[in-house]
Design a protein around this ligand. Structure first.
Ligand code: 5RP
Length: 223
């Protein structure tokens, strides 16, 4: 299987996992990115049995609506039963780096509300130490330089993602060259910097299940 086939395979496995757990009021959280897009396609065959979804980005929302899958505002639902999303990196504890596509804040909000968080990824995303993939941080625009200086003090190299505006109207700084040995601690430290909306570490609320695509087939990892 090449990387694209792995993405399709994990998306299909996640859709099957969700379909088997569908109940009358099930709310499905849907992530953002190329793997999540494959997952959206896999929802189409049973869309008539889907009560509602919540989307982690405007892009995901429009893809769901195009397929005729109902989407609600998160404020309109009491809970999210299951959230399925990709990741840029994952470790064995199911701590993740997310936000390569810039949707980290809405993704983190849905993950916080979700009863179960299922991460789908191909095997290239599994690492022993997080940080080879630049860690995204969403910032209020006027705080960008202040946040950048604080990141340097923490030992990272901040790079402004030029020309990119998040769905929330903010900017992104990607932190390069940081080996993240304590993801929970760094997640907290970054969120303490004034002007940071949130960062792409999902360690305080990690995934519950990782469905991993490998050359030999699908593997599941539990936290
Ligand atoms: C978007 C994300 C994505 O889940 C992450 O970037 C992985 O994307 P892909 O499935 O395209 O590799 O966090 O903000």
């Amino acid at each position: 299987m090449d990387q694209n086939e792995m993405k399709k395979a994990v998306a299909a496995a996640a859709a099957k996992y969700v379909e088997e757990r569908l109940e009358a009021g099930t709310v499905i959280g849907v992530g953002t990115g190329s793997t999540a897009n494959c997952f959206i396609e896999c929802l189409a065959p049973f869309k008539d049995r889907i009560n509602c979804t919540v989307a982690s980005s405007e892009e995901t929302k429009s893809r769901l609506l195009k397929l005729g899958i109902p989407v609600m505002d998160l404020n309109g639902v009491n809970e999210v039963s299951i959230y399925v999303d990709g990741a840029d990196e994952a470790n064995a504890q199911l701590h993740l780096i997310k936000g390569g596509g810039g949707a980290l804040t809405r993704e983190k909000i849905i993950a916080a509300v979700a009863r179960e968080f299922v991460c789908i990824a191909d095997e290239s995303k599994l690492v022993s130490v997080l940080g080879r993939f630049p860690l995204p941080v969403e910032v209020i625009p006027m705080a960008r330089s202040h946040v950048g200086r604080a990141i340097v003090r923490l030992g990272g190299d901040p790079v402004y993602r030029e020309g990119f505006i998040t769905d929330n109207g903010n900017q992104i700084i990607d932190i390069h060259n940081m080996s993240i040995v304590d993801p929970r601690e760094l997640e907290q430290q970054l969120n303490q910097i004034t002007g940071v909306v949130t960062n792409g570490l999902f360690a305080i609320r990690p995934a519950d299940l990782l469905i991993l695509g490998t050359r030999d087939g699908i593997r599941t990892v539990k936290a």
